[in-house]
Design a protein. Sequence first.
Lengths: 580, 422
Amino acid sequence: MSKDFAIGIDLGTSTSEICVYRKGESQPIPDPNTKVPIIPSIVAISSKGELLVGDLARSRVDLPGEGIREVKRKMGTGEKVILQGKEYRPEEVSALILRKLKENAEEALGTTIKEVVISVPANFPDASRQATLTAGELAGLKVLRLINEPTAAALAFGINNIDVEEQLVVFDFGGGTLDITVLEMVAGVLDVKSSFGDSHLGGKDFDETMKALILGKFEAEYPDAHISEKSRYALKDVAESAKKVLSTQHSHTVFVSNFALQSNELIDLDVEVTRQEFEQAIAPLLERARECVRQALNAKKIRPSAIDRVLLVGGTTYIPAVRRLASEIFCREPLADVNPDLAVGIGASISAALSQDLISDESSIILTDVAPFGLGIDVISEIGGQKMLTYQPLILPNTTIPYSVTKKYSLMRADQTEVEIKLYQDHKGNARLPQDAVDTGIVGSITDIPPASNGIPYPLEVEFSYDTNGIATVKASIPAIDKSVEISYGKSASRMDEGDKTEAKDRLQELWRKNEKAKGYEAIVDKAERFMADISAEERASLSEALRELKEALTNDDASKIETAGERLVDLMFDLENRE
Amino acid sequence: MANEFYQVLELSPQATQEEIKRSYFRLVRKYSPEKDPERFKSIREAYETLSDVKARENYDSLQQNGEEISELTNQAQEKMSEGEWKTAIPILKKILVFLPTAHQARNQLGICFTREQDWDNALKVYRKLTRDNPDVPLYWSNYGATFKQYAESLPDDNPKKKELYQQAREQFKKAIDLEPYNSEPYLENSRSYTEEADYTRALSWKERAIGADGKTDFQDFEALFYICIIYLRSGEFDKIQTVAQRIISLLPTNDEDIRQYVAAKFYNSGLEIAQIGFANGNVELLKAASSFFKAAKTFDPDDEDTKRLKGKVDQIIQAYEKLDSLKEDSQISPGFYNLAAFYLASALNEEIEDADTLLNNIINLIFRTNQTNIINSVRRIKSFYFSIYQLNESLFDKIEEVAQERASKPSFFGGIGKLFGF
């Protein structure tokens, strides 16, 4: 029987959702514990060794060394995170969140899940996209494609408004990033015209501002108070909720008992913050948001008045000042066309449905997308009579993808033996020198080049391509001697290779030992694993299935499952030990 | 294939903008990026060109007159390479009639007008070019260069000159804003200030040129050398040596070719300046020349020509500097000052009227004193005013010799000047 559903995941900086498309409709899947379809993107490991993901991690996530928030901001950086003294790659932590979402959906749908579409910020660089694909793989998912978050949100709108012909802007202001995307919808095609974002501007920055505001007020009152590390952590949570409260109320009192110590006396945090104060404090953040809108519109010389509709997406758009900003720029009230929290996840599930042919041709939506960044290489050029290393674009920002181009260069000298190709990323499309652009660390070289016999340096061809997942490949070749090199993030050093992935999978597997209840099972699990080599294939299959179930139950700290899986393993082992 | 873009979008070349848009969206539905990425790429490429009114005009024109345009482009190229600017102008104009967005052709037209000194037309071309392409630094640079060359073509007393230089600099500044790492427009600004004898500004632009690419290296030699020229013009010769030191610190080690190149450059400039100095009897210029030779010597210490020339120039400078104290020296008998001045003047190429008579008179004046004084004076000149002695060593030696002979044979008299056939 062919599958009748499709899954989309919004893997967000502060919250994540999983949505299912079935029978012409897309629905978010609630968390079985909280009954809310949104889980916080947080992971913690308690001192007892329990792995906690989502809502369960809330109480521990801010304890030093126990939890991790906003891991999305680290995706693709190669930076490690530490949980209970152990190092994890951001891909692994994201994989834990994905696995939690997967389990929620499997429980709700009563079936296993494999194929998914995951959304990423439009301004996510290549490395972060690859890291997201890896995270999916580690979670046991097959990622059909990555979709840009604003595009997904537009899809959530477009699928129900297929006959609409207008220009729209998606104002996607999430926990970690801001993406402004301009689209044109005609004949059921959502054509992305331009996209511009700030990958380090999101709800978290508003939280930080709120934190500073609260702390500033407190310290003005108690300049000599000592605030413990723990209190500072607690402040994160209250700042976040103060921000949320001020979206509906005009003032709010923040209270934390025993917040600080002054002259051996415990003092409570008890300050009032008003919406006006908050709006003053976030003015610089709003200015950055305005600049993003300007850049997105300027990229294709679109006037704000030409925009017919503004879709607000992401939790940060609940802030009244942000809404005001959007309506002020476009001279129109943003409409509640989509749910700001769920639109991206729903769009991702629709994208999954589209790519699995669950939607009939007539009612389907076609998407185009653009490259959020320019990419280019460094080339020596003569500037004012001097030889200089310059940036040569291969693709400009906001070029519609897929895209490919071939450019011709030449080596410097006839006796040159090596040439290096280095990929740079240009955010605004105006880089002229490599130092104006960001070095992606993606590099390759052609070596052992024989001297050119005619004394003329060899011509060099650079073929560039950018696929719909937003992943770039550059192939440089010297046709005359039939030598070439291909560079892409997939081949770069900062990515996880197969060995890393296997290790990570093992590490995730071993997380079951962190559960306190594991102590009682460790010996039998180890014995069972030693047993594996000496038994028949059939026996091995059922044993490994039992092992997997138990480990999973322990990792998820599911008491009843642990018990049944444990019993099953003991039975199996007993039978094996006592066979004739 | 002709009109390929229209075929890709399944349209006729007469299609309206609305039809182009409709067709694009219809075809993307059919050949989506997911289903048929290659087909999609070509649909998109066609749409990008045809949906942009200017790009479409360009495309249409190339489709209709493509062959003729490339033929004309070749012709213009050929004429320009032969320096036939005047013939190239109508060809380039024709290209621009067909293809108003052929910016390169327009730039070439500007170059031709400039070469023909047709300033008004050249400026008009660049005004349009920079307005249409405000982000191309080359066009701003050429615009500036046109103003500058216009200014240079005018006589010094023309009141328009100053304004034109100012205009030139404004355009160069635009180029600098776009390409701050290109030293050329900075150098241009410096040159125009030099022309206007505003050496302070000239120097500051020069310094900015050197730092333009974010580093100072041997590439900046030309700029540094030009600073020397500015110091020459402003009369601050002592600073030339400082700049030479700066150049030394930038010289790549172990690169003999470059060292010799730099040395030759200083030597040739020094020679040129020295010649002007000699011709005008200007000791100040000789001092400048000397500092150039000195610099040349630091780069290529073994070059014989440099050594010899520097020696000669320095000697004259020293002689000149010693002349005043010689005049005041009571232990020198009369006539020697006149002799030194005479030879210094002739070393400096100064025209001396009736030189023979003058020299005879000087010699006679010297020999009016008693012989011991003469001998002592020559000896004193040798030890304390060596550079003056060097102006004509053999003559001083002969004077001493004659004086000694006379001291023993007082009867000898006669036109000593003629003995040496000066």
